[in-house]
Design a protein around this ligand. Structure first.
Ligand code: SAM
Length: 217
């Protein structure tokens, strides 16, 4: 499957603000999935160092910080307009660090910390616009997270023909986690045309060549 370009104009502040409001209205089920993120992270012991990829305006970050014991929260996004909204929403947070980076660029791991306890992403993994590239992203995540760290991913499901090659069915999420070297991949929730999956970083690093060839399949 090949990559397609994103139709979003997240470089445009007015578009981004309007899109965030539309997204919240269009997908009220996000609230239930955000609760599932929180529930899943609460199962981990100790204060969490969290990385969120494509964190947008910071809604998930806010909920996780309110409900979980968070030591640091790195919110990575490529859109300065989104980051401005996140900065406002999280203005009282003492643990958030905004990181401007592109998670489709092989060098993004150099711009973040390491030894994360949890890496989360919501409605953003499809922004790779290429499901075949997802295992490679998981392999990169494994280089910045500690063994045993949770990788928790939520995205839309493909329910219309135009979603093919954009959103992934639950089985493809599990396969991508396994191909990306994550262990114990499991589906946490499927409902309302969305899915939440969790995998675990292992001590063994994934084979970079294997991931490269999987991503070209
Ligand atoms: C559909 S929005 C979801 C935002 C947020 N996760 C949420 O659920 O509200 C996708 C987000 O991913 C960001 N994004 C898209 N492609 C990206 C990339 N290659 N690297 C980093 N961020 C990206 C966008 O700027 C946007 O904030």
């Amino acid at each position: 499957m090949s990559a397609t370009s994103s139709p979003h104009k997240f470089e445009d502040a007015a578009y981004t603000e309007e899109w965030v409001a539309y997204n919240e209205k269009q997908y009220p089920q996000r609230a239930v999935f955000i609760e599932e993120f929180v529930r899943t992270l609460k199962l981990q012991d100790g204060a969490l160092r969290v990385l969120e990829l494509g964190g947008g305006a910071g809604r998930l970050a806010e909920a996780i910080q309110q409900e979980c014991h968070v030591d640091s929260y790195d919110l990575l996004d490529s859109s300065p307009a989104m980051q401005r909204l996140a900065r406002t929403r999280l203005s009282s947070s003492k643990v958030t660090q905004l990181i401007k980076a592109d998670f489709s660029d092989a060098k993004w791991p150099d711009l973040v910390s390491s030894e994360y306890d949890a890496v989360v992403t919501m409605q953003a993994i499809h922004e790779l616009r290429n499901p075949a590239a997802v295992p490679l992203l998981y392999g990169q995540i494994a280089t910045v997270a500690r063994p045993g760290a949770s990788v928790v991913v939520c995205d839309h499901l493909p329910v219309e023909p135009r979603h093919r090659g954009l959103y992934m069915p639950p089985s493809a999420h599990l396969a991508a986690m396994a191909a990306g070297g994550l262990a114990n991949a499991e589906i946490i929730r499927v409902s309302d045309a969305m899915v939440l999956v969790r995998g675990e970083v292992t001590a063994a690093r994934p084979d970079a060549d294997g991931l490269f060839f999987w991503s070209r399949a």
